[in-house]
Design a protein around this ligand. Structure first.
Ligand code: ACO
Ligand code: ZN
Length: 226
């Protein structure tokens, strides 16, 4: 079932260090019963949540050699909304969101990247907004500026206090851990900019990322430069 790295089994020795599941991406300790149980639970939930069986009516907003992007709107059939919610719950638990409500459920659009293997490997949730606050880069302390890792992960940043007009807020963006850095998030944002408002194309200054994580910030700053 792909739950364990086969190589760690071949040698005939018990594996005690951390293992990365090649299916769900979870890192756990194979020799720990608690970890194995936690992994089994996570593994099953993830596979269920990202499984896409195919719908009679699906709204494909972009197609690629490695998958397609679907858009789900508030008035769509229940099965589509249910799937969008299931993926949102998974994303929220990965992002550590406690309060998992949407500001405007009746205006929210969900974009799902479905792989050729029929797995939902990316998700973007977009909501209408009226204004946003630009992120102002903070000067990085001298000591940290030499360490590339610390630089990349630098968390100090603040927001301008002058609101600027904006149209669409990305309330959540997520890509399956084993599929990152393949431009899936970039393609989700591209598709959202073309489809959020019918017949119009949003510029990068008309979109905003709500409360981004360090990963989200690195992605957003790269994406918005293009
Ligand atoms: N570190 C450094 N640069 C990055 C990173 C990163 N972790 N992620 C993206 N970038 C930059 C790179 O320049 C990248 O281009 P490259 O791969 O050619 O160097 C460029 O952004 C485009 O990246 P994508 O491949 O399109 O992004 P990806 O599909 O990997 O998804 C995402 C990025 C969504 C942030 C992913 O890392 C993720 O799901 N992280 C965990 C969940 C999360 O933190 N989401 C953001 C929450 S904030 C919010 O939802 C508003
Ligand atoms: Zn797993």
């Amino acid at each position: 079932s792909g739950q364990k790295d086969p190589k760690s089994q071949d040698a005939g020795q018990k594996h005690f260090g951390p293992v990365v599941c090649s299916t769900c991406g979870m890192i756990y300790t194979a020799a720990s019963l608690q970890d194995e149980t936690q992994h089994a639970q996570y593994h099953q939930r993830l596979l269920e949540s990202i499984r896409y069986v195919g719908w009679k009516k699906e709204r494909v907003v972009a197609e690629f050699w490695d998958g397609k992007i679907l858009m789900i709107c508030p008035d769509d059939p229940k099965y589509a909304l249910k799937k969008a919610e299931e993926v949102r719950e998974l994303v929220d638990s990965e992002l550590g969101f406690q309060q998992t409500h949407l500001n405007f459920p009746s205006k929210t659009k969900t974009f799902l990247f479905v792989s050729n293997e029929r797995k939902i490997v990316g998700c973007l949730i977009a909501e209408p907004i009226k204004q946003a606050f630009r992120v102002i880069p903070e000067p990085i302390p001298e000591a940290e500026s030499k360490n590339q890792d610390a630089l990349e992960r630098h968390r100090a940043w603040r927001c301008s206090s002058d609101p600027e007009p904006a149209i669409c807020g990305i309330s959540r963006i997520w890509v399956f851990a084993l599929m990152r850095r393949k431009a899936i998030a970039s393609r989700l944002v591209d598709a959202m900019r073309n489809s959020f408002i019918y017949g119009s194309h949003l510029t990068t200054t008309e979109i905003a990322f709500s409360d981004p994580t360090p990963d989200g910030k690195l992605f957003a700053s790269t994406y918005c430069k293009v």
